[in-house]
Design a protein around this ligand. Structure first.
Ligand code: AMP
Ligand code: GLY
Length: 423
């Protein structure tokens, strides 16, 4: 089969790495890809939201499966675009249709979905400019800190957690009246703050049945000890040591099952990944958010632990036979550490040559913001590479990743030296 992966990050390099191991894969394409995907697949210079361009390449290259990495094309309806097109409707798209992608595209939609299907989550209300006064009043009823969420997609920046009520009111006004996050904050969800430790659960579904992939925990803040600005993710571990069998059963029964059943009840077709952001409050899981794709950098630790043929799984998802698949999960732990450009997530420089890639033997280096130029690999983004290792436990795996990182360098390279500190 010929397969196309859409995206250009570490997640997509990991998908390509895993798909390339399948005997079912003939030709593999990545659009637009990066220097890592270029070494195992054909990169195509097409944007993930250029549906016309994607259509042309799917037809020209006889592509049978399209794996959608990021959320944007899903929220914009790429799956629907394929279904509505005479030439594309037979192509398998891994990723939900637009209606279900609203689980990520609209926080309010996600909250209403959870409420309707009795899925545990933080109490909330949503507001627009028209009822901002009620928003101020609702804030008065909550305990600090206050959680304000832009309803729409805001590139991971739309959630504010604020200690002071007056500041929260000012931010609410900034979002609703002054369009702090553009159109994404025409509506704002205000919710109860949940105190606990976070983890993520990844689900594969064909719309009827589901399979739960290994849990993972990512580290979002730029600074050690989880301080400083939010990033796309600075590292991840899988499995999550505190997720006991009993706790995982709760996640499955209280969250995963009602989610997949809810999709069916609401008539929301879904072939793809569901990424459930969770927080453990006391002994119970609560949902923070849904994403309609895999996480990044969680993919860099979850897929390396999946022993199955991923293309076989994609076929089963598309054919509605996921129930026949049994997941085979690697016992060992996997960890990844993200190397980022100095200054990220604020301003940073690009085009720095990356040295030492060939010397790394004990880890897998997944490229993210990196590209090939004149036979060299140079930085092209904030998050540059994810260095993944296996170990008997996460501590051993992390040690290996740090040893591999000692072999790598580029100008102003930065990484967190404390991934896993809180486990
Ligand atoms: P989200 O984009 O919804 O994942 O939110 C970004 C981050 O904000 C999450 O990873 C949490 O760390 C935090 N967060 C979101 N909602 C809550 C909440 N209700 N209580 C505590 N922390 C939250
Ligand atoms: N690592 C968080 C995300 O992919 O959204």
């Amino acid at each position: 089969m010929n397969i196309l992966v859409l995206g250009s990050g570490g997640r997509e390099h990991t998908f390509a790495w895993k798909i390339a191991q399948s005997e079912l894969c003939n030709s593999l394409f990545v659009a637009p890809g990066n220097s890592g995907t270029a070494s195992i697949a054909t990169n195509l210079n097409i944007s993930v939201t250029d549906f016309e361009g994607i259509k042309k390449t799917v037809i020209t290259n006889n592509i049978e499966i399209v794996v959608v990495g990021p959320e944007d094309p899903l929220v914009q309806g790429i799956h629907d675009y394929f279904l509505q097109d005479e030439h594309l409707k037979g192509v398998s798209v891994i990723g939900p249709q637009k209606a279900a992608a609203e689980l990520e595209g609209s926080k309010e939609f996600a909250k209403e979905f959870m409420k309707r299907h009795h899925i545990p989550t933080a109490a909330y209300q949503s507001f627009t400019k028209a009822n901002i006064e009620e928003g101020y009043q609702f804030l008065e009823t909550l305990e600090p800190p206050y959680v304000l969420k832009a309803d729409g997609l805001a590139a991971g920046k739309g959630v504010l957690i604020i200690k002071d009520i007056e500041e929260a009111k000012v931010e609410l006004k900034d979002m609703l009246v002054d369009a702090k996050f553009g159109k994404a904050s025409t509506k704002v969800v205000i919710e109860e703050f949940l105190d606990g430790i976070e983890l993520s659960c990844f689900v594969l579904t064909d719309g009827k049945d589901y399979k739960i992939l290994p849990t993972a925990k990512d580290y979002k803040r730029i600074g050690e000890g989880d301080t400083g600005l939010n990033t796309g993710g600075m590292g991840a571990v899988s499995p999550v040591p505190f997720a006991s069998k009993e706790f995982l059963d709760k996640i499955e029964n209280q969250i995963v099952k009602p989610t997949v059943e809810g999709l069916q009840k609401d008539n929301l077709p879904y072939v793809g990944f569901i990424f459930i952001g969770l927080i453990k409050v006391g002994d119970d899981p609560k949902v923070i958010e849904y994403n309609v794709r895999m996480g990044d950098p969680e993919t860099e630790v979850v897929l390396p632990r999946l022993k199955n043929d991923l293309v076989e799984i994609f076929n089963a998802m598309s054919n509605g036979t996921l129930s026949e698949i049994e997941l085979d999960i690697e016992e060992r732990a996997a960890t990844t550490i993200m190397l980022v450009s100095g200054g990220y997530p604020e301003a940073y420089e690009k085009d720095k040559e990356i040295f030492g890639l060939d010397d790394v033997k004990e880890s897998i280096v997944f490229h993210a913001g990196a590209k090939s130029r004149d036979g060299k690999v140079v930085t092209s983004g904030g998050r540059v590479m994810a260095v993944t290792s296996y170990g008997t436990d996460y501590e051993e795996a992390i040690k290996k990743s740090y040893q591999s990182i000692d072999l790598l360098c580029f100008d102003k390279m930065y990484y967190r030296k404390d991934i896993g500190f809180d486990l």
